[in-house]
Ligand binder design. Sequence first.
Ligand code: NZQ
Ligand code: ZN
Length: 385
Amino acid sequence: MLNFSFKNPTRIHFGEGQIAAISKEIPLDARVLLVYGGGSIKGNGVYQQVSDALTEHTWFEFSGIEPNPTYDTLMKAQEIIKTENIDYLLAVGGGSVVDGAKFIAAAALYEGDDAWDILAKQQAVTKALPIGAILTLPATGSESNGNAVVTRDGNKLPFKSPLLCPLFAVLDPNVTLSLSDRQISNGVVDAFIHTIEQYLTYSVNGKVQDRFSEGLMQTLIEEGPKALLPETKKNLEVRANIMWSATMALNGLIGAGVPQDWSTHMIGHELTGAFGIDHARTLSIVLPAVMKVRKEQKREKLLQYAARVWQITDGEDNARIDQAIRLTEEFFETMQVPTRLSHVDLGSKDIDLLIERLEQHGMTALGENDDITLAISREILSQAL
Ligand code: NZQ
Ligand code: ZN
């Protein structure tokens, strides 16, 4: 196992009715900015629950954070932060809103000329407003990690800081009942691929991390399809298991002390930045191709994945690996997400632009061994056609 230091500071309030807990979590003297997206929280009663919980607090609101949040939208929040002396952010929404709140929190106290440098030049975040989160879409893990992804002019870039970890996160599976099938699918697949990015590398004998990861993947394989079937889609136990899996997949626990890949995500970000494809749908296209192209480098873990996640124990090594990749693709198909570039109307003519963008963003040595060059990314994208 590799050395690691691990701390996750986010207090989780899980379950029905837990939105009320924010009244005690947020200090009474705070000047709170509630940030949210396009308005789903007004249709499903979450906004009402938040206002009921904040009757004693002084609060303002900023809305309109879009999926794959943009720099331009997020910078607009700075005005109200200044005029109302905001000192606490409450993010209510999916990963885009929580990520957006993180950028707003860092930009508010940024001392350089342009807060975009936090992403473009990876300038360190040294101060940030405190953030609390009410999660409405289980997927990204953003509610209990310090990561965020922001887009400017088609450039979708990640940044991170421990200062951006939400202080608390409310996870009420009830609020996920208003999600569309598409968003449920996206969430399950995103969480599954977060797990695999931290698992499918090379072995360092991290038995705890491996078995946690295998448990999360098996849970998502079991429960994900149920959230799409008419007879089980409203089942709160199904929703609860998906929600907790997604948080656990990217709160730092399973990735501590093990190598991590993230090439699928970095290539996927270019697909969203260039063509606007939903985050998870870029991943379901790229991951099977990464598994095929990196079969030799990932051989040992692929065999472990085949045996422990898919119970494939018979046959010759290559056949077991191929079957595990096939079952992964079938799982994505059951979750109704694309697995090929052609499924989203892209083809070989589009690969040059993606490679150019990867180069422009410094994504030239990806993967657990920093050895996925642009040439290998091209091979992966060609494999995904
Ligand atoms: O904006 P509203 O009206 O709220 O609607 C949203 C949005 O249209 C809707 N929605 C959310 N909760 C709902 C709901 N609709 C009905 N009922 C509810 N309960 O869903 C739509 C998509 O929301 P979004 O927040 O964009 O989805 P997701 O949570 O998948 O977040 C995706 C973003 O997170 C980033 C992605 O790159 C992408 O920008 N990621 C963040 C990560 C992190 N911080 O650690 C890691 C991930 O790998 C990912 O990169
Ligand atoms: Zn993701």
